[in-house]
Write a protein that binds this ligand. Structure first.
Ligand code: ATP
Length: 234
Protein backbone atom coordinates (compact mmCIF):
# COMPACT_ATOMS: atom_id res chain seq x y z
CA UNK A 1 0.00 0.00 0.00
CA UNK A 2 1.29 3.48 -0.82
CA UNK A 3 0.60 6.01 1.86
CA UNK A 4 0.21 9.73 1.34
CA UNK A 5 1.29 10.55 4.90
CA UNK A 6 3.48 8.54 7.25
CA UNK A 7 4.89 9.27 10.67
CA UNK A 8 7.61 6.93 11.90
CA UNK A 9 9.09 6.64 15.38
CA UNK A 10 8.25 10.17 16.51
CA UNK A 11 9.76 11.20 19.83
CA UNK A 12 8.61 14.66 20.83
CA UNK A 13 9.46 16.69 23.93
CA UNK A 14 8.17 19.86 25.52
CA UNK A 15 11.34 21.05 27.23
CA UNK A 16 12.47 18.07 29.29
CA UNK A 17 9.11 16.30 29.23
CA UNK A 18 9.11 13.37 26.86
CA UNK A 19 5.59 13.38 25.36
CA UNK A 20 5.57 11.10 22.29
CA UNK A 21 7.34 7.73 22.37
CA UNK A 22 8.07 6.22 18.94
CA UNK A 23 4.68 7.23 17.60
CA UNK A 24 3.96 5.97 14.10
CA UNK A 25 0.94 6.08 11.82
CA UNK A 26 0.13 5.78 8.13
CA UNK A 27 -2.62 7.43 6.11
CA UNK A 28 -3.63 6.07 2.70
CA UNK A 29 -4.97 8.47 0.05
CA UNK A 30 -8.70 9.20 0.44
CA UNK A 31 -8.89 7.58 3.86
CA UNK A 32 -9.87 9.03 7.22
CA UNK A 33 -7.59 7.96 10.05
CA UNK A 34 -8.66 8.83 13.57
CA UNK A 35 -6.36 9.38 16.53
CA UNK A 36 -8.12 8.50 19.74
CA UNK A 37 -7.10 8.70 23.37
CA UNK A 38 -7.89 10.42 26.62
CA UNK A 39 -7.14 14.06 27.45
CA UNK A 40 -3.39 14.53 27.49
CA UNK A 41 -2.68 11.26 25.63
CA UNK A 42 -0.71 13.07 22.92
CA UNK A 43 -3.16 13.50 20.03
CA UNK A 44 -2.53 17.22 19.56
CA UNK A 45 1.22 16.76 19.95
CA UNK A 46 1.18 14.09 17.23
CA UNK A 47 -0.60 16.50 14.88
CA UNK A 48 1.75 19.34 15.79
CA UNK A 49 4.76 17.11 15.17
CA UNK A 50 3.41 16.11 11.76
CA UNK A 51 2.83 19.79 10.94
CA UNK A 52 6.26 20.82 12.21
CA UNK A 53 4.80 23.09 14.90
CA UNK A 54 6.27 20.91 17.67
CA UNK A 55 9.02 19.13 15.73
CA UNK A 56 9.97 15.68 16.95
CA UNK A 57 13.48 15.11 18.27
CA UNK A 58 13.74 11.86 16.36
CA UNK A 59 11.64 9.99 13.84
CA UNK A 60 10.40 10.90 10.40
CA UNK A 61 7.42 12.50 8.71
CA UNK A 62 6.93 11.45 5.09
CA UNK A 63 4.45 13.11 2.74
CA UNK A 64 4.05 11.41 -0.63
CA UNK A 65 7.34 9.68 0.10
CA UNK A 66 9.17 12.97 0.70
CA UNK A 67 10.92 13.48 4.02
CA UNK A 68 9.52 16.58 5.73
CA UNK A 69 11.20 15.98 9.07
CA UNK A 70 13.44 19.06 9.00
CA UNK A 71 11.01 21.29 7.14
CA UNK A 72 9.37 24.30 8.85
CA UNK A 73 5.60 24.31 9.27
CA UNK A 74 4.82 26.90 6.57
CA UNK A 75 6.61 24.80 3.96
CA UNK A 76 4.65 21.72 5.00
CA UNK A 77 1.47 23.76 4.54
CA UNK A 78 2.63 24.84 1.08
CA UNK A 79 3.19 21.22 0.15
CA UNK A 80 -0.40 20.37 1.07
CA UNK A 81 -0.82 19.66 4.77
CA UNK A 82 -3.78 21.66 6.13
CA UNK A 83 -4.16 21.92 9.91
CA UNK A 84 -7.32 22.84 11.81
CA UNK A 85 -6.14 23.32 15.40
CA UNK A 86 -8.28 22.49 18.39
CA UNK A 87 -8.36 26.11 19.56
CA UNK A 88 -9.70 27.23 16.16
CA UNK A 89 -7.56 30.39 15.83
CA UNK A 90 -10.21 32.54 14.22
CA UNK A 91 -8.97 36.07 13.58
CA UNK A 92 -11.50 37.90 15.73
CA UNK A 93 -11.17 41.43 14.28
CA UNK A 94 -11.49 40.20 10.68
CA UNK A 95 -14.69 39.35 8.87
CA UNK A 96 -15.61 35.81 7.91
CA UNK A 97 -14.83 36.71 4.28
CA UNK A 98 -11.38 37.98 5.28
CA UNK A 99 -10.73 34.93 7.44
CA UNK A 100 -11.55 32.72 4.45
CA UNK A 101 -9.32 34.72 2.09
CA UNK A 102 -6.47 34.39 4.57
CA UNK A 103 -6.70 30.62 4.15
CA UNK A 104 -5.34 30.86 0.61
CA UNK A 105 -1.79 29.60 0.28
CA UNK A 106 0.43 31.05 -2.45
CA UNK A 107 1.02 28.54 -5.18
CA UNK A 108 -1.72 26.14 -4.05
CA UNK A 109 -4.67 25.89 -6.37
CA UNK A 110 -7.30 23.24 -6.83
CA UNK A 111 -11.00 22.67 -6.48
CA UNK A 112 -11.44 24.81 -3.38
CA UNK A 113 -12.12 28.51 -3.90
CA UNK A 114 -14.51 30.96 -2.22
CA UNK A 115 -17.45 29.82 -4.33
CA UNK A 116 -16.99 26.10 -3.76
CA UNK A 117 -16.28 26.57 -0.05
CA UNK A 118 -19.52 28.54 0.39
CA UNK A 119 -21.46 25.82 -1.45
CA UNK A 120 -20.10 23.29 1.02
CA UNK A 121 -20.64 25.60 4.03
CA UNK A 122 -23.95 27.38 3.24
CA UNK A 123 -24.13 28.48 6.87
CA UNK A 124 -21.21 30.85 6.24
CA UNK A 125 -22.93 32.69 3.35
CA UNK A 126 -25.04 34.79 5.69
CA UNK A 127 -22.13 35.45 8.00
CA UNK A 128 -19.59 36.72 5.44
CA UNK A 129 -19.56 40.30 6.77
CA UNK A 130 -19.66 39.35 10.46
CA UNK A 131 -16.51 39.59 12.53
CA UNK A 132 -14.84 36.27 13.31
CA UNK A 133 -14.91 37.04 17.02
CA UNK A 134 -18.71 37.33 17.03
CA UNK A 135 -19.36 33.78 15.83
CA UNK A 136 -20.65 30.92 17.96
CA UNK A 137 -18.37 27.95 18.68
CA UNK A 138 -20.00 25.84 15.97
CA UNK A 139 -19.80 28.64 13.41
CA UNK A 140 -16.14 29.17 14.27
CA UNK A 141 -15.45 25.47 13.80
CA UNK A 142 -17.06 25.54 10.35
CA UNK A 143 -15.04 28.66 9.50
CA UNK A 144 -11.70 27.14 10.53
CA UNK A 145 -12.35 24.03 8.45
CA UNK A 146 -13.52 26.14 5.50
CA UNK A 147 -10.45 28.36 5.84
CA UNK A 148 -8.14 25.33 5.81
CA UNK A 149 -9.86 24.06 2.65
CA UNK A 150 -9.21 27.44 0.95
CA UNK A 151 -5.54 26.36 0.99
CA UNK A 152 -6.43 23.28 -1.09
CA UNK A 153 -4.74 20.79 1.24
CA UNK A 154 -4.07 17.26 0.10
CA UNK A 155 -4.34 16.03 3.67
CA UNK A 156 -6.55 17.76 6.21
CA UNK A 157 -5.57 17.43 9.88
CA UNK A 158 -8.61 18.03 12.08
CA UNK A 159 -7.82 18.27 15.79
CA UNK A 160 -10.85 17.40 17.96
CA UNK A 161 -13.36 19.20 15.75
CA UNK A 162 -16.41 18.25 17.85
CA UNK A 163 -15.00 19.51 21.14
CA UNK A 164 -17.48 21.74 22.93
CA UNK A 165 -20.08 21.59 20.17
CA UNK A 166 -23.80 20.96 20.69
CA UNK A 167 -25.11 17.61 19.34
CA UNK A 168 -26.95 19.31 16.48
CA UNK A 169 -23.72 21.01 15.33
CA UNK A 170 -21.86 17.70 15.65
CA UNK A 171 -24.40 16.21 13.19
CA UNK A 172 -23.73 19.02 10.71
CA UNK A 173 -20.01 18.42 11.10
CA UNK A 174 -20.46 14.69 10.55
CA UNK A 175 -22.29 15.34 7.30
CA UNK A 176 -19.55 17.73 6.23
CA UNK A 177 -16.77 15.22 6.93
CA UNK A 178 -18.76 12.55 5.06
CA UNK A 179 -18.97 14.91 2.05
CA UNK A 180 -15.24 15.53 2.21
CA UNK A 181 -14.66 11.77 2.31
CA UNK A 182 -16.89 11.31 -0.71
CA UNK A 183 -14.79 13.80 -2.62
CA UNK A 184 -11.77 11.64 -1.63
CA UNK A 185 -10.22 14.18 0.74
CA UNK A 186 -7.63 12.50 2.97
CA UNK A 187 -8.20 13.26 6.65
CA UNK A 188 -6.23 12.75 9.83
CA UNK A 189 -8.68 13.34 12.64
CA UNK A 190 -8.27 13.46 16.38
CA UNK A 191 -11.41 12.77 18.35
CA UNK A 192 -12.74 11.76 21.75
CA UNK A 193 -16.33 11.41 20.58
CA UNK A 194 -16.37 7.68 19.78
CA UNK A 195 -19.67 7.78 17.90
CA UNK A 196 -18.47 10.58 15.65
CA UNK A 197 -15.13 8.83 15.09
CA UNK A 198 -16.79 5.50 14.26
CA UNK A 199 -19.14 7.17 11.81
CA UNK A 200 -16.44 8.84 9.73
CA UNK A 201 -13.20 6.85 10.13
CA UNK A 202 -11.62 4.04 8.11
CA UNK A 203 -8.68 3.43 10.44
CA UNK A 204 -8.13 4.11 14.13
CA UNK A 205 -4.92 4.75 16.07
CA UNK A 206 -5.27 4.81 19.87
CA UNK A 207 -2.66 6.72 21.86
CA UNK A 208 -2.10 6.40 25.59
CA UNK A 209 0.53 8.39 27.49
CA UNK A 210 2.33 9.10 24.23
CA UNK A 211 2.42 5.46 23.06
CA UNK A 212 0.44 3.90 20.23
CA UNK A 213 -1.51 1.10 21.91
CA UNK A 214 -3.77 0.11 19.01
CA UNK A 215 -3.81 0.59 15.25
CA UNK A 216 -6.31 -1.07 12.98
CA UNK A 217 -9.40 -0.77 10.85
CA UNK A 218 -12.63 0.65 12.20
CA UNK A 219 -14.08 -2.90 12.23
CA UNK A 220 -11.18 -4.17 14.34
CA UNK A 221 -11.56 -1.17 16.62
CA UNK A 222 -15.27 -1.88 17.15
CA UNK A 223 -14.51 -5.44 18.16
CA UNK A 224 -11.77 -4.48 20.63
CA UNK A 225 -13.99 -3.71 23.58
CA UNK A 226 -11.02 -4.09 25.94
CA UNK A 227 -9.31 -1.15 24.19
CA UNK A 228 -12.39 1.02 24.70
CA UNK A 229 -12.48 0.20 28.37
CA UNK A 230 -8.79 0.50 29.05
CA UNK A 231 -7.83 3.56 27.02
CA UNK A 232 -10.96 5.50 26.17
CA UNK A 233 -13.52 5.08 28.93
CA UNK A 234 -14.00 8.21 30.97
P1 ATP B 1 -6.43 16.85 24.77
O1 ATP B 1 -7.51 15.98 24.32
O2 ATP B 1 -6.59 17.25 26.21
O3 ATP B 1 -6.11 17.99 23.86
P2 ATP B 1 -4.18 15.40 23.69
O4 ATP B 1 -4.31 13.94 23.55
O5 ATP B 1 -4.32 16.22 22.47
O6 ATP B 1 -5.14 15.91 24.83
P3 ATP B 1 -1.65 16.73 24.06
O7 ATP B 1 -2.27 18.10 24.01
O8 ATP B 1 -0.86 16.28 22.91
O9 ATP B 1 -2.76 15.64 24.37
O10 ATP B 1 -0.77 16.66 25.39
C1 ATP B 1 0.10 15.58 25.66
C2 ATP B 1 0.87 15.88 26.93
O11 ATP B 1 1.75 16.99 26.71
C3 ATP B 1 0.02 16.27 28.13
O12 ATP B 1 0.57 15.65 29.26
C4 ATP B 1 0.16 17.77 28.21
O13 ATP B 1 0.04 18.21 29.52
C5 ATP B 1 1.57 17.98 27.69
N1 ATP B 1 1.71 19.29 27.01
C6 ATP B 1 0.97 19.77 26.01
N2 ATP B 1 1.41 20.97 25.62
C7 ATP B 1 2.47 21.28 26.39
C8 ATP B 1 3.36 22.38 26.48
N3 ATP B 1 3.24 23.42 25.67
N4 ATP B 1 4.32 22.34 27.43
C9 ATP B 1 4.44 21.26 28.25
N5 ATP B 1 3.65 20.19 28.22
C10 ATP B 1 2.66 20.18 27.30
Amino acid sequence: MTYILEAKGLNTYYGRSHILFDVGLSVAPGQTVCLMGRNGAGKTTTMRSIMGLSPSRSGQVLFKGRDLTRMPAYKRARLGLGFVPEDRRILAPFTVRENLSLGRIPGRTGGWNMEHVLEEFPLLVHLLDRLGGSLSGGEQQMLTIARALMGNPEVLLLDEPTEGLAPVVVSVLKELVMNLKESRTTILLSEQNIRFAEAVSDQVVVIDKGHVVFAGSIQQFREEKAIHKKYLAV
